[in-house]
Design a binder for this molecule. Sequence first.
Ligand SMILES: Nc1ncnc2c1ncn2[C@@H]1O[C@H](COP(=O)(O)OP(=O)(O)O)[C@@H](O)[C@H]1O
Ligand SMILES: [Mg+2]
Length: 262
Amino acid sequence: MAPSAAAGSAPVPEIAAPRRAATAPPILPLAVRGLGYSADGASLVSDLNLDIADTRVHVLVGPNGAGKSLTLRLLHGLLAPTAGTIRWNGAPPDRRVRLRQAMVFQKPVLLRRSVLANLTYALRAHGVPRRERHQRARAVLDAAGLSAVAGRAARVLSGGEQQRLAVARAWAVHPEVLFLDEPTANLDPAATRMVEDMIAAIRDQGTAIVLATHDMGQARRLGEEVLFLHRGRLRERSDAAAFFAGPQSPAGRAYLAGRLLA
Ligand SMILES: Nc1ncnc2c1ncn2[C@@H]1O[C@H](COP(=O)(O)OP(=O)(O)O)[C@@H](O)[C@H]1O
Ligand SMILES: [Mg+2]
């Protein structure tokens, strides 16, 4: 199970559970078949098959250059595959699917606006009515511990605060799927912990999470299922407890032991 709020840090307040249009079918399951991505003659993601039907935390691990970032971008529809198919409950990852998902990058991409405006802008883009925008923005700012800096320019925040804002913005749109690409790679342990607490809280509210990380401590803390990627191929897929007790694949064992660098 994913941990909820860590000992020693403030508990994350409840945010209203996602409200779905009664008519909208669920976005899961995800079905990926024969997915490939090649560029300049190099095969960077190959023959990837993957089904995700539940809202656990799925951690995508593997050495640098394994194809984690490319895989997230393909699944979220930011990059078109050169082979295979991606279907979210039957639909390709087009704009309509993307609006029901959110993605957080290693380096937060923030607007030159206030902290609050970064949130209300995203909510407007997602079609959230004006009256509700402020209320939702305030709730996630509170959860992110950013209420005191709501009026400040987003770009003057510390690195940790900026990333919390990026996660809060993703949370505010009530995504059904949240992709996170090395969200704490630039953060110190305290800031990392705060972001991890937010991720656990988002998961607890029923969002499916796909988290790419090369931080195995983080994968252990948050992961419920491990997807081990090596040289563009999905080498192993296991419950996190089983993976950390002993990976099935030689490459997985080498990676966990710190002996696999690329
Ligand atoms: N747009 C691209 N064109 C060509 N090569 C790319 C492109 N994006 C990534 N790569 C290469 O693909 C491989 C996988 O990259 P990436 O998905 O970023 O790995 P990871 O996130 O696991 O570190 C790397 O060798 C990288 O240099
Ligand atoms: Mg990456």
